[in-house]
Design a protein. Structure first.
Lengths: 128, 388
């Protein structure tokens, strides 16, 4: 992929995080997802709307990855976590000082960072 | 409706064969299966074949016809891809086709060539079974994904890395007499605990190796087996398949594998059995935690109790419910697209008494093969039974 390739709604979603207005997709029944979605996989609702993402997420699980793929070679070791933001959970890289001490239950904020190996954008979590 | 019989099976040595082409690996397994079955290749009506990463490892798509040709079969051939459950999906299609009366003789199998591209590229190739946008771009690897599940399991149910080490020790011990196995090396709990970390809390011995290999089996209808006087005592009496959200982040529970719950329930109902009837199982232990999740989904253990099974010795060859007598993916190896059929072959050989670990269940009548793809977003479960 070249730097000009964009993945539609996914990159728009990253843009929204960078703009300080992150969102998620919610169906009429209140099930939360990340874009793109045209139908709720849970209930089949096609009435979807973009809603503001809650500000803080809680780390649900995490791992420190030492054996990385070539795309993350220079990032390793790094911490990948799934954080629970309420209606949605999101996978991201825990960044900043002390990231190696991440623990279940830690509260994090979401941002967009840059992968050391490729310079590509990535979802990052910063301790709050 | 007729339950397919396993007329013969063949498995290559699983290991590092970087110079061997996929077609040569599959030819070895497929011809061994045909020879063992006593079935004439001219009678084969179709091939269902599993392969995951052929485009990345060998620059080879459209492998179905290539593999049929490699085993001397002139019949329609279809490749199925459900990540690491590709061969399980191939078995399921064959079972349905024979039961529907649409065919009497089918070959199922799979092959994967992986070590020729090196560990880093193979890790990268395996990762594409995860969600590219939301997981891989956040640094998730496959060991990383199972590490996330393992840590969530420990937090929810307890257990420790030491319990997982017992799974590795057990499966290594089981593989010591399996000449098809990639790793025939006894290890201790201390070895497993002290091995380098790959993705915390998982270390080197929690992870299956990267493997080249192939497996195949000849499935026939009961009528064909009877008409041709085949020695095929093992039937596939139940098939099930379950699915789940592709990305871990979209699932309500990180320490459960509901796709396997669904596949097991469907397969058991199909076979008219329940978990208590199962004598032996081959489960998809790509990582040690995966075996724990599998034996819970298969109903051998309550949720949160599977973690202690290997530690207590219950799933060893001396235990009440031997799991992965082949050595599992952990020690036997995991040529991704071949694994589901290698599991099928193992259970058939254990039940007919020809497997070197068959003495673990001398009276065994019912076996189960659990084959999982990705972080268990796809799972097949097959029930095998000895029939007279």
């Amino acid at each position: 992929m070249t730097e000009t390739d964009r993945n539609g709604e996914y990159d728009e979603w990253l843009d929204s995080i960078e703009a300080g207005e992150p969102y998620y997709i919610e169906c009429a029944e209140g099930h939360g997802w990340l874009p793109p979605r045209r139908v709720c996989p849970d209930c089949g609702s096609r009435e979807l709307s973009a809603e503001p993402l809650p500000e803080g997420g809680e780390i649900a699980t995490h791992t420190t990855i030492t054996v990385a793929t070539p795309q993350f070679e220079d990032d390793a070791p790094y911490v990948t976590a799934i954080a629970d933001f309420g209606p949605v959970s999101i996978t991201g890289l825990v960044s900043g000082e002390g990231s190696e001490d991440a623990a279940i239950g830690d509260v994090v904020g979401i941002g967009v960072g840059e992968r050391a190996t490729t310079g590509e954008r990535a979802v990052v979590f910063r301790p709050r | 409706m007729t339950d397919p019989r396993i007329a013969g099976a063949g498995v290559t040595q699983f290991g590092k064969h970087p110079e061997r082409t996929g077609r040569d690996l599959f030819a070895e397994a497929g011809l061994e299966a045909l020879d063992a079955s006593g079935v004439d290749a001219a009678d084969v009506e179709a091939l269902y074949y599993g392969n995951f990463m052929g485009e990345l490892a060998e620059h080879q798509g459209h492998q179905g016809p290539l593999m049929a040709e490699a085993i001397g079969v002139d019949a329609p051939a279809t490749r199925l891809e459900t990540a690491c459950a590709s061969a399980g999906a191939a078995v399921r299609e064959a079972v349905k086709t024979i039961r529907n009366g649409e065919a009497d003789v089918l070959v199922v199998g799979g092959a994967e060539r992986m070590t020729n591209i090196g560990t880093a590229a193979a890790t990268d190739a395996l990762a594409i079974a995860a969600d590219d946008l939301y997981e891989i771009r956040a640094g998730m690897t496959f060991p990383g994904a199972y590490a996330l599940m393992a840590r969530a399991y420990f937090a929810e149910h307890g257990g420790s890395h030491e319990d997982l080490a017992h799974v590795a020790v057990k499966n290594h011990e089981h593989a010591l007499v399996n000449d098809h196995a990639q790793i025939q090396k006894e290890i201790t709990v201390e070895d497993a605990m002290e091995a380098p970390t790959i993705a915390s809390p998982l270390g080197l011995y929690d992870s299956c190796p990267i493997t080249d290999g192939a497996a195949a089996a000849v499935l026939v209808s009961e009528d064909y087996a009877a008409d041709h006087d085949l020695d095929a005592p093992v039937a596939i009496s139940g098939t099930g398949q379950g699915g789940d959200n592709l990305a871990l982040q979209d699932r309500p529970h990180l320490a459960r594998t509901p796709a396997a719950d669904k596949a097991a329930e469907e397969a058991y109902t199909d076979a008219g059995i329940d978990a208590a009837d199962v004598d032996v199982a081959e489960v998809h232990d790509c990582f040690t935690i995966a075996e724990v999740l599998a034996i819970e989904s298969l109903g051998f253990y309550e949720r949160g109790e599977g973690i202690h099974a290997a530690t207590e010795g219950e799933t060893t060859r001396h235990g009440e419910m031997p799991v992965n007598l082949s050595g599992g993916l952990k020690a036997k190896g995991h040529p991704v697209g071949a694994t589901g059929v290698a599991q099928l072959a193992t259970i058939a050989w254990v039940l007919d008494g020809s497997h070197p670990r068959a003495d673990a269940v001398p009276e065994g009548r019912v076996g189960v093969a659990h084959n999982a793809g990705g972080t268990v977003a796809s799972t097949t479960v097959h029930v095998l039974e000895v029939r007279e």
